[in-house]
Design a protein around this ligand. Structure first.
Ligand code: GLN
Length: 442
């Protein structure tokens, strides 16, 4: 598939040819279930859109039965920005229901398959976007990342996925999961493409109250500075042989590119899991209270209003979403609020402080994205096992930092991705490091 960079240079006629090719190929690869629906009407370079981003006139469902039939009445800011740049939202991609998951198995439209090995998950929750780019049925895509949902599927499918600094990209029009964690970001074939798409969607937006009023300078990749890059030995020791091998390869490549590698020590990432899941579930439980059968999508038949609420939510939400609403409500309830929610916020501050401390010494941190290559379907047998698998990605969201996942190695034919983590609002340095790593490992 041609890259975004190349596609932006095409004439209208050439672009229409490419679109035809994509549509044809998407039909052939229908069994991947990467797209929920296609829209071939828009003019411009086609970009696949995760099903939790509002596109005016599209059905947008967060892959949940409860939103079936809901038509978005406006564009998310990122969509307005794509259009202003001559890109077109092209199709909506499959995902875990309400972005809650790490495998894209919980969608009400059924699971998405990993194009690199269809017996394996594409990762999640932006698994449809990752699979579409990896299968050559999207030039590039948008995903969202609350705790790794862009970076981990990118790693599992062998593409590039970037999570911007919290507040850098507008969340206006992104269906909220964990509002203090969510960010939209690019999923692309190359680091350069990720930078192009990031430059298009980033910047302050008065429509998002958490949008950062920090000056945005588009990332430029003409010169690459040498960086001091931290590696975390106490992180890597728990990763699989495949990930360790990729880590060694990345270190060697970065050194060859002239970067300085230094060992840093960080807290045990198990604290990230507890802090993240309490925070994310608490926020999800309040964010999802709006789906009541009155305002959006699905409504169950019932004799009274109360029964309608109850039946709509019982029938409309899937199992994992319900689990999180219940746990989130619990940690926010009086008597447990201090013990869980407040404590999780304290831990979150400590995690952020520690990243700040490490970033006094280094420019970037190299880290695994997932403990292993893409899992077989059903391999993560319990919800807890699924949560634990997010150990390497969620700290970045808790601390609000930018990070980019890119393919570094292969292991028995499966892609292995690693991530670079940057200082808040220093996407420039992050992309420089990523481009250098991409060159170094090829
Ligand atoms: N797997 C994590 C979760 O389920 C992250 C998901 C995401 O980033 N949207 O919460």
């Amino acid at each position: 598939m041609i890259t975004l960079k190349e596609a932006l240079k095409l004439s209208k006629e050439e672009l229409n040819e490419i679109k035809k090719e994509i549509a044809q190929k998407a039909k052939e690869k229908k069994e991947l279930n990467a797209y929920i629906a296609m829209d071939e009407a828009g003019e411009g370079v086609p970009i696949a859109i995760k099903d939790n981003i509002q596109v005016d006139g599209w059905e947008v469902t967060c892959a949940s039965k409860i939103l079936k039939g809901y038509i978005a009445p406006y564009n998310a800011t990122v969509i307005e920005k794509l259009k202003a740049f001559g890109l077109a939202p092209y199709g909506r991609t499959n995902m875990d229901e309400f972005a809650m998951g790490s495998t894209t198995e919980s969608s009400c439209y059924g699971k998405t398959l990993n194009p690199k090995d269809t017996s394996r998950v594409p990762g999640g929750s932006s698994g449809g976007s990752a699979a579409a780019v990896a299968a050559g049925i999207a030039i590039a895509a948008l995903g969202s990342d609350t705790g790794g949902s862009i970076r981990q599927p990118a790693a599992f499918c062998g593409i590039v996925g970037m999570k911007p600094t919290y507040g850098r990209v507008s969340r206006y029009g992104l269906a909220a999961y964990g509002s203090s964690l969510d960010q939209i970001g690019p999923m692309t074939q190359t680091v350069e493409d990720a930078a192009i798409l990031y430059n298009i969607i980033a910047g302050y937006d008065p429509k998002d109250s958490t949008s950062a009023r920090v000056e945005f300078r588009p990332v430029k990749l003409d010169t690459i500075r040498k960086s001091k890059i931290g590696i975390v030995p106490n992180y890597i020791k728990d990763a699989s042989a495949a990930v360790q091998k990729a880590y060694d390869k990345a270190i060697e490549a970065l050194q060859k590119e002239g970067h300085e590698i230094v060992e840093v020590k960080m807290h045990d990432a198990k604290y990230d899991i507890a802090s993240y899941y309490i925070t994310a579930m608490a926020e999800a439980s309040t964010n999802l209270s709006r789906y009541d059968g009155v305002r959006y999508g699905y409504r169950a038949e019932a004799k009274s209003l109360k029964e309608m609420y109850k039946k709509t939510r019982s029938e409309g939400f899937g199992e994992e979403v319900k689990r999180r609403i219940l746990l989130g409500t619990f940690v926010l309830s009086s008597g447990y609020y201090d013990a869980y929610y407040i404590k999780a916020q304290r831990a979150r501050h400590l995690i952020k402080d520690e990243y700040n401390r490490v970033f006094e010494e280094v420019d970037l941190i190299l880290s695994p994205v997932a403990p292993d290559v893409a899992y077989k379907f059903g391999e993560l047998a319990s919800p807890l096992q699924m949560y634990l698998s997010d150990v390497y990605t969620i700290g970045v969201n808790l601390a609000g930092l930018p990070a980019i996942s890119l393919p570094v190695d292969e292991y028995k034919g499966l892609p292995v991705g690693l991530q670079l983590i940057g200082k808040a609002f220093d996407e420039q340095r992050l992309f420089e490091g990523a481009l250098s790593l991409e060159r170094g490992v090829r």
